[in-house]
Write a protein that binds this ligand. Structure first.
Ligand code: IMP
Length: 185
């Protein structure tokens, strides 16, 4: 038996939840017009499948762009998050929805929100496929919270549906808990 992986959410469960989240987003952004669409910023690479399903499930006008923030190595945070892509996107006066794979300590979303708030975004919200609230840094509790959460999960390292472990396992069709310390037997 392979003890390294266990299913947390099946692909079908994720897809169903994305439809519900799209409904919430449609309601909240009902006033959005074609002249000024919602600016959806997908965080690469982890949120790419979540974002592509989400933007196709919503019915409000959206524009899609990409940002990339480096923050993780293996199963441990690698220090302060930094922009690798997208810092220059013009968010001034725009309604911005950041689409993130998972909110963990909250540092990445804190960095991104500060950056875009400083650049004059009209509103900034976060849609996260997963949330690990028990991992939030104390000073970010209540400050960095996703407005739309697919699933709130316990403190486990997860892979699949875009989430990786050192660039492995992103393409798995389910969200799985990864136990790197358990060898195959
Ligand atoms: P934060 O800055 O600690 O909130 O971390 C956010 C980023 O860390 C996410 O965008 C992921 O790339 C990565 N991350 C956090 N937890 C996991 C996990 O369980 N599996 C894979 N990546 C994770």
């Amino acid at each position: 038996m392979n003890k390294q992986f266990s299913i947390l959410k099946t692909g079908d469960e994720v897809k169903a939840r994305i439809q519900e989240m799209a409904g919430e987003i449609n309601r909240d952004y009902a006033g959005i017009t074609e002249e000024q669409p919602l600016l959806v910023l997908c965080t690469l690479r982890g949120a790419v499948f979540f974002a592509s399903d989400l933007v196709r499930a919503v019915s409000i006008p959206c524009e899609l762009d990409f940002i990339k923030i480096k923050s993780y190595q293996g199963t441990r945070p690698a220090g302060s998050p930094i922009f690798e892509l997208g810092e220059q996107i013009n968010v001034s006066g725009r309604n911005v929805l950041i689409v993130e794979d998972i909110v963990d300590t909250g540092q990445t979303m804190d960095t991104v929100m500060h950056n875009f708030a400083d650049k004059g975004a009209k509103s900034i919200r976060i849609a996260a496929m997963l949330d690990k609230p028990s991992r939030r840094l104390p000073h970010l509790v209540g400050k960095v919270e996703a407005d739309y959460v697919g699933f709130s999960i316990p403190d486990e390292f997860v892979i699949g549906w875009g989430l990786d472990y050192n660039e492995q396992f992103r393409l798995l069709p389910d969200i799985m808990i990864y136990h790197p310390e358990h060898e195959e037997s």
